[in-house]
Ligand binder design. Structure first.
Ligand code: HEC
Ligand code: HEC
Length: 214
């Protein structure tokens, strides 16, 4: 059960496999807790490099994954694996994982506490707040709050976006607008983002960055 198919080996993943093997060798626990231990080991040896120890990435281009909805994390990992969501960085990482790792990694990260970032430019964020709560009637941008909830906390299939890095949020909205990210069911975010101006994208990201979304 420890053997992993790995078509695209990377140093980080190999390190994790070695760690997992070491943990498993000395392990007399029931199989369920071995899986949980697996997730913690993978998190601490592979994911940590970019997403931080507890899923609160310190690097603005890498998303904070702490406190994201569990089902959303599983969906993203599956989408990276199938290529529905394209990422040259995440693709080889998920290729080395098993389906049961997705569930336990998702449980681990959704249980971590989000640490919101610093407030952006107040003026810019003020306009972003308007976009978030009202959208833009003229251009057909819907209010984000309708799905992503107050504080950007999200709900079930709607991911938590409050407290996320500005750079990551901006990039994802641009990726939806260009179609580079196309894993949204019913094209919803592609339609929304395409209707947004660069100013609206930058402002809404500035508004979201310091929200303490639980
Ligand atoms: C080398 C850096 C790196 C490593 C290591 C890494 N990630 Fe990522 N991760 C990224 C980047 C970059 C993205 C954003 C991809 C994109 O452009 O859409 C991402 C996105 C994600 C997302 C989607 C987040 C969202 O808000 O939609 C999840 C979930 C995720 N990673 C989980 C993991 C897990 C679990 C591991 C360990 C098995 C891991 N990552 C290892 C860089 C990394
Ligand atoms: C009808 C519901 C809906 C509305 C309205 C909506 N979103 Fe989304 N949004 C979603 C869904 C669903 C996803 C997850 C797509 C997927 O499965 O990858 C998402 C994903 C996102 C993401 C990517 C999150 C991540 O961690 O990668 C961002 C950023 C985002 N939305 C911002 C916004 C903003 C800003 C607005 C308002 C202008 C908005 N959304 C309006 C449903 C909505």
């Amino acid at each position: 059960m420890i053997h992993r198919e790995n078509n695209h080996p990377s140093i980080a993943v190999n390190r994790a496999r070695t760690m997992v093997a070491i943990v498993a060798l000395g392990c007399t626990l029931a199989s369920q807790s071995v899986v949980a231990q697996d997730a913690k080991t993978i998190a601490a040896t592979v994911c940590v490099a970019c997403h931080g120890e507890d899923g609160n990435s310190m690097i603005p281009m890498f998303p904070k994954i702490a406190g994201l909805q569990e089902s959303y994390i599983v969906k993203q990992l599956r989408d990276f694996q199938s290529g529905r969501r394209k990422s040259d960085i995440m693709a080889p990482i998920v290729a080395a994982l098993k389906a049961e790792d997705f569930a336990s990694l998702a449980a681990f990260y959704s249980g971590q506490k989000l640490k919101p970032g610093d407030a952006g430019d107040k003026k810019v964020a003020g306009f972003g707040k308007m976009v978030y709560f009202e959208g833009n009637e003229e251009t057909g941008v819907p209010a984000c709050v309708g799905c992503h909830q107050p504080l950007g906390a999200g709900h079930q299939v709607y991911p938590r976006i409050g407290g996320q890095h500005v750079q990551y949020l901006t990039q994802q909205l641009k990726n939806f607008a260009s179609g580079d990210r196309s894993n949204d069911v019913s094209r919803f975010m592609r339609v929304v983002a395409k209707r947004m101006t660069d100013e609206e994208i930058d402002s809404v990201a500035a508004y979201l960055a310091d929200l303490d979304a639980k």
